[in-house]
Design a protein around this ligand. Structure first.
Ligand SMILES: [Zn+2]
Length: 534
């Protein structure tokens, strides 16, 4: 098969073959024959116009996709890829071995160090007033417990001011402090919109607004912010900090990093957190048992993983594929940014097989520590000025599993000419839903292409269809393999491979002239030593 357009051509032949001409009058059959024949000719014309390289890319992506196998090996076999973790090294080793198998050279490039930390088991149970194992996750970089620590829960007090808070603080000694607002509902708004009366929906929204504001005041009256409050509770002898960062969907919380240095910080899912909160509030004095076994690794290297297919006639000019490799670790980082990683690896594999002798050199950057501020890509930009100044294009993807629907010219005045030229080689079925904006605006820092744009290099982002990314998978405990939409990834690998091929072949260098109205972001320095300053 050669993709949907050609399949629909095949369907026309099929109709033609099985049509019985004897059953209709002569004139009508002549008209029908003309219509079908014209359609056939049109199909042949389209086929003849399609670059055989493009057809071969689509065929390879469709008939020999490695996306499922690779996704299983990375997301299920290795798991999440937190900066400073052993898993990040394992993931890099895995990717390098994959590339070697495809005949592509790849290596790890260290650019700094980070606090090393490996997640262990988190096991949290309510043991009084009744027994229930809770869905809870130790936050990244949180201190561990040697054995299970038991303690009562206490709600962060609503005090008059910071003086009153200091007087209250000794109450937390030996207790687990509930520091998150209890949500009035665990149902996402779309569920309320579907089933609630308008009056009860409005009431819930108003109640939540008031609760949120009251909780914000409760924190600020302590004289601390979220970050410094954890330290104050820790210094007052609390057994641990218990939060709940709801992501506004069924059963989904966001899992980031901890602010404590000695005691564990855990996130408890909305449902279980609400249970603990209500029982604490009503005087049932729940006791929980917390076992959180992580490991400190000391200062470890932080790195990018870079692959290369050497160019031929213009080897000193570069076309780069780009996706950050690191993730938060509440789930397995499947859509942030496992899927971007898969698209780039699959496109590299296809390019090496179908287009092994590119005019320009093809590079792929699997960045480290994007989540802490684009550190890997910023370091690469600083360390490789010769590549940045000779970049024909960089193509980044980092917003989930969906089909590409947005492509912006990143604020480059002439981007419409050359990106448009490359995009014109992509058959309609793969790009019909893409909305382009030229010259567009330079990205301020949402993902790694911004590191290159800030340096004035032609870098672009493939914007994916949402698929409930922000609520359900982005930085959440539900960012796992089952959320990947493989048909969409294949679509994106095809688009990426064709764009890269076209950018490599283009006789013209891409212009980096900036559009008049674009306010250009300034380059930001990479953080080359991190994880200790909280
Ligand atoms: Zn991301």
């Amino acid at each position: 098969m050669l993709g949907p357009f050609l399949m629909s051509c095949a369907a026309i032949f099929h109709e033609f073959r099985y049509f019985s001409f004897k059953s209709i009058p002569m004139r009508l059959s002549t008209i029908l024959f003309t219509i079908v024949f014209t359609a056939q000719s049109f199909c042949f014309a389209a086929f003849a116009q399609q670059d055989p390289m493009v057809a071969a890319i689509i065929k390879e992506a469709t008939e020999n996709s490695q996306l499922k196998r690779m996704s299983h090996e990375l997301m299920d076999g290795v798991g999440p890829r937190l900066v400073g973790s052993t898993k990040m090294v394992q993931a890099s080793d895995w990717a390098i071995a994959q590339y070697q198998q495809y005949g592509i050279s790849a290596k790890r490039e260290n650019y700094g160090t980070w606090r090393g930390w490996d997640r262990g088991i988190t096991h949290v149970d309510m043991i009084s007033p009744w027994t229930k194992s809770l869905e809870a996750t130790q936050l990244a970089f949180s201190p561990s417990t040697k054995k299970a620590v038991k303690g009562e829960t206490i709600i962060l007090a609503d005090v008059a001011d910071s003086v009153a808070f200091k007087q209250w603080l000794p109450n937390v000694k030996g207790k687990f402090v509930l520091i998150a607002m209890p949500q009035p509902t665990g149902r996402p708004d779309y569920n309320w919109k579907e089933f609630a009366t308008k009056a009860s929906m409005d009431k819930m929204v108003q109640e939540r607004k008031e609760l949120t504001e009251a909780w914000r005041k409760r924190i600020s009256k302590t004289g601390y912010n979220n970050r410094t409050l954890a330290a104050a509770l820790e210094n007052a002898g609390a057994a641990g900090i218990v939060g709940s960062n709801w992501s506004q969907g069924f059963g989904v919380n966001k899992i980031f990093d901890a602010y404590t240095k000695k005691i564990p910080t855990i996130d408890v899912m909305l449902e279980d957190y609400g249970l603990l909160y209500r029982l604490t509030e009503s005087g049932a004095a729940p006791t929980i048992s917390v076992l959180a076994k992580s490991k400190e690794l000391g200062e470890v290297p932080t790195f990018n993983t870079i692959g290369e297919i050497k160019g031929t006639s213009k080897a000193n000019e570069y076309v780069m594929l780009s996706a950050h490799f690191d993730s938060w670790d509440g789930g397995t980082g499947a859509t942030d940014n496992g899927t971007g990683t898969m698209v780039m690896m699959e496109a590299m594999r296809i390019l090496k097989k179908i287009y092994p002798n590119p005019k320009r050199t093809i590079l792929v950057g699997h960045w480290g520590s994007e989540e802490q501020g684009l550190n890997g890509s910023r370091a690469f930009v600083e360390d490789h000025p010769e590549i940045v100044s000779n970049l024909q294009a960089l193509i980044n993807q980092d917003n989930g599993t969906g089909r590409i629907v947005n492509l912006s010219g990143s604020g480059y005045a002439k981007s419409k000419d050359y990106v448009g030229r490359w995009l014109s080689a992509v058959p309609g079925a793969y790009k019909d839903s893409i909305r382009t904006s030229f010259p567009g605006m330079p990205g301020g820092g949402g993902s790694d292409h911004a590191s290159f744009v800030a340096a004035g290099a032609p870098a672009f982002s493939l914007g994916a269809l949402n698929w409930s990314y922000f609520n359900y998978t982005w930085h959440t405990n539900r960012d796992t393999y089952d959320k990947i939409v493989f048909d969409d990834l294949r679509n994106n690998a095809i688009i990426t491979a064709i764009l890269v091929y076209m950018a490599c072949e283009d006789p013209e260098r891409s212009s980096t002239e900036k559009a008049n109205n674009a306010a250009w972001p300034a380059p930001v320095k990479a953080k080359r030593k991190g994880g200790y300053d909280k």
